[in-house]
Each structure stands twice: as structure tokens, then as C-alpha cells.
Ligand binder design. Structure first.
Ligand SMILES: CC(C)(COP(=O)(O)OP(=O)(O)OC[C@H]1O[C@@H](n2cnc3c(N)ncnc32)[C@H](O)[C@@H]1OP(=O)(O)O)[C@@H](O)C(=O)NCCC(=O)NCCS
Length: 186
């Protein structure tokens, strides 16, 4: 596999929901309930499948969170199958979400939970300007380690949107410039 292969994002629909479930069951150590998948079908641009040469290899699912006068975007899941990692697929999914919040212009921040031992994911998100802002002890109920970091990227600074989105070329490659409500283990 090379980074020049075709990587595309596509909608989650009733027709490919089983593929999303399969991806999530393989990639994440927690399972997601029916409510999660019902919501996904209503999520539009906030839930996307990643295709590598027309095969589904990854997915991202987010939801809008409004709490304490903040409008936030929560990344519930973002992952790809292990043989397809380090090919830029995660970056393409995250850039899609960053472009969404940038276009919206009205999000305070974007955040997610990650298991404390998930060094690869932490490195990935830090590359995009996310920072560890909290440690949630015993966040996960049935997996070890049970603790989670909250990773967050602030999007507003004195009212100015500060999203840095990596530029992508036509092949989907990335030129550098720049879980919770529905998990059953929770
Ligand atoms: C985190 C994850 C989505 C990254 O996806 P990916 O397609 O491999 O990411 P990319 O190829 O776009 O990586 C972009 C950059 O992030 C960094 N990065 C990604 N994975 C990394 C790892 N395992 N270790 C260190 N840095 C890493 C690198 O800087 C990489 O650039 P490079 O390959 O040119 O060095 C993927 O590892 C995954 O699916 N993990 C399991 C699910 C998960 O933990 N999701 C996070 C919680 S939602």
C-alpha cells in the first residue's frame, strides 16, 4: 500500500451501517449501542466512512455537545483498520471534521476521550494541535487501563477561529502545513 492510493470519504447510510459497525468493533475496545448507530444515520457530515480503493477501512463519528454555554464538537470515534494506518487516512478524516467546524465558525472547541495508554492516538491528535486537558479516572468500565485523557483543541481565541487544517492534494495525501454517551463499556 502506498500513500498515492485512492482515499475517499463517503456517507454513512442504512446500506453500509453494518460496515461501520464492523469497523468500530474491530478498531475500538468498547462496543457501541443501537442508539449510537441510530444517531449516526442522522449525523450527515459528522459521520463518514473512509474508503481505500473502494474498500471501507475507517470511520469517524462525531456529535455536537452543548453544555455550560459552550458549543463543542465531540469526536465519539475516529479510527481505521490497523493494516491501513500511517497512510494518511486518519488525517483525512480529522481534516474533514476540522473543516466542518471551521466552516461553521461557532464551535468553542473540539474534544475526545482516549485511553491513557493509546500513545499512537495521542501523538496523532497532538500533531493537529490537541492538548491533554483532563484525566478521567475509571472512565471506562470494562477495559484496562480504565483511565482516559480528555484531548481538546480550542477553536476560539477572543472570538477568532483558529483551526489549522492540513492541505490535501488530489490523491488524498496530506501535505503538512499546518466516547461517552453511547459506549456500552461506559
Ligand atoms: C489514531 C489513528 C486514527 C491514526 O490514523 P492513521 O490513519 O494511522 O493516521 P495518519 O496516517 O493520518 O497519521 C498522521 C500523523 O499522526 C501521527 N501518528 C499517527 N499514528 C501514530 C502512531 N501510532 N505513533 C506516533 N505517531 C502517530 C504521525 O505524525 C503521522 O504522520 P506520519 O505517518 O507522516 O509520521 C489510528 O492509529 C487508529 O485508528 N487508532 C485506533 C483507534 C483510536 O485509537 N482512535 C482514537 C480515539 S477516537
Amino acid at each position: 500500500m502506498t500513500r498515492t492510493s485512492q482515499i475517499e470519504l463517503g456517507d454513512c447510510t442504512h446500506h453500509n451501517l453494518k460496515q461501520l459497525k464492523k469497523i468500530n468493533s474491530v478498531v475500538f475496545p468498547v462496543s457501541y449501542n443501537d442508539r449510537f448507530y441510530l444517531d449516526v444515520l442522522e449525523s450527515g457530515e459528522l459521520c463518514k466512512l473512509a474508503f481505500y480503493n473502494d474498500i471501507v477501512v475507517g470511520a469517524v463519528c462525531c456529535r455536537i455537545d452543548t453544555l455550560a454555554n459552550q458549543r463543542r464538537l465531540y469526536i465519539m470515534t475516529l479510527g481505521c483498520l490497523s493494516p491501513y494506518r500511517r497512510l494518511g487516512i486518519g488525517s483525512i478524516m480529522l481534516n474533514h471534521i476540522l473543516k466542518y467546524v471551521e466552516k461553521d465558525g461557532n464551535f468553542d472547541n473540539i474534544f475526545l476521550h482516549v485511553q491513557v495508554n493509546n500513545e499512537g492516538a495521542i501523538a496523532f491528535y497532538k500533531k493537529f494541535g490537541f492538548e491533554v486537558v483532563d484525566l478521567k479516572q475509571n472512565y471506562y468500565k470494562r477495559i484496562e487501563p480504565a483511565d482516559a485523557y480528555v484531548l481538546q483543541k480550542n477553536l476560539k481565541d477572543n472570538g477568532i477561529t483558529t483551526v489549522d487544517v492540513c492541505q490535501q492534494n488530489g490523491n488524498g495525501n496530506v501535505k503538512e502545513n499546518g466516547t461517552s454517551s453511547s459506549i456500552d463499556s461506559n
